[in-house]
Design a protein around this ligand. Structure first.
Ligand SMILES: [Zn+2]
Length: 319
């Protein structure tokens, strides 16, 4: 199985480049996790250097890759410049990088250019620690300038399309063919046994009447919200209209779930995480893995990553 190390640049007290309240470290982590989850669904062995907002020293990032004998190392960054006019996407490789690194970087640039970027700044060579100290072919992607408004607009509006294109391109470079853009469940294979399982449970437990087709579409999404409303009514007498629409009243009725919680609401949470690309066992028990996936999802959604699933987290999940 091919191994790709996904390295979200900066983290913890190292914010990277900053534009107002926008921190590079957060953009890097969001994109790194989105690409990593897609690669996992394509059957790639993904190893992250960080999945939360923590500081990881540069040499440690290379060490993780070297110890795991990775086939490819990709660092995710946003660029910055003293002038706000600077824009576009570039990929850095080591000064003496191999042809494999060069080809992989060029393919990645082309894949992003096909999605749409302000300018293609191409592949550049640089003597950077993570590129120099990593044994595997190593790339450092600068996905637009954080101090350029239009680059930020592209990063946000094309986020999923970028993640799909990056995952597809990186997978191809380690010999794995996949097309994460095909699905509506955040990527990966669409005809999915776990989604069939979720649909079967929604039918059996809540009379959802879904076709069990393994495809997460609008009807399945609505059925999951109805399940949430039914449980909130039964458990807390919330008195919600069971309409499958996550509105302000439903949001207000949600109570916090955290590690140690169990029951059908935890299952609904786990199902919601799964279809957003954050796979965790659907065992109705809020354990450590569920906590980690909630944190990762919160980070991706721009929420504070406290691992507690409350109204804001459910709102983002049911979106
Ligand atoms: Zn950076």
């Amino acid at each position: 199985m091919a191994t790709i190390v996904i390295d979200a640049g900066h983290g913890g007290y190292d914010a990277g480049a900053v534009n107002g309240t926008r921190y590079e470290k957060n953009d890097n982590l969001r994109m790194a996790l989105a690409v990593g989850e897609r690669l996992k669904k394509c059957g790639v062995n993904v190893i992250y250097t960080r999945t939360t907002d923590t500081f990881v020293p540069l040499l440690e990032r290379s060490r993780i890759s070297n110890n795991n004998k990775a086939d490819l190392f990709v660092a995710f960054h946003r660029n910055s410049a003293s002038t706000p006019a600077a824009n576009g996407v570039e990929t850095l490789i080591y000064t003496n990088a191999s042809n494999k690194s060069l080809q992989t970087a060029e393919a990645l640039q082309q894949a992003l250019a096909n999605v749409g970027i302000q300018s293609n700044r191409g592949v550049k060579r640089a003597n950077l620690s993570v590129l120099r100290e990593t044994n595997a072919p190593a790339l450092l992607l600068e996905l637009g300038f954080i101090n350029n408004d239009q680059d930020n607009e592209l990063f946000d509006s094309k986020f999923d399309a970028y993640a799909d294109a990056i995952a597809k391109s990186l997978a191809q470079s380690v010999g794995v063919n996949c097309n994460p853009g095909g699905g509506d469940n955040g990527g990966g294979s669409n005809q999915n046994a776990t989604i069939r399982n979720i649909q079967t449970t929604l039918n059996a437990r809540y009379g959802a009447g879904l076709k069990v087709d393994g495809i997460w579409g609008p009807l399945s999404k609505r059925a999951l919200i109805r399940a949430l409303q039914i449980e909130l009514n039964m458990l807390y007498g919330a008195g919600l209209t069971v309409d499958g629409i996550f509105g302000p009243r439903t949001k207000a009725a949600v109570r916090n779930l955290s590690e140690g919680s169990r029951g059908n609401l935890v299952w609904i949470l786990q199902a919601g995480l799964y279809v957003k690309g954050f796979e965790t066992p659907l065992d109705s028990v809020f354990g450590t893995d569920t906590t980690n996936k909630v944190k990762a999802f919160q980070t991706k959604s721009g929420l504070s990553a406290d691992g507690i699933a409350g109204p804001n987290t459910f709102e983002a999940l049911m979106r």
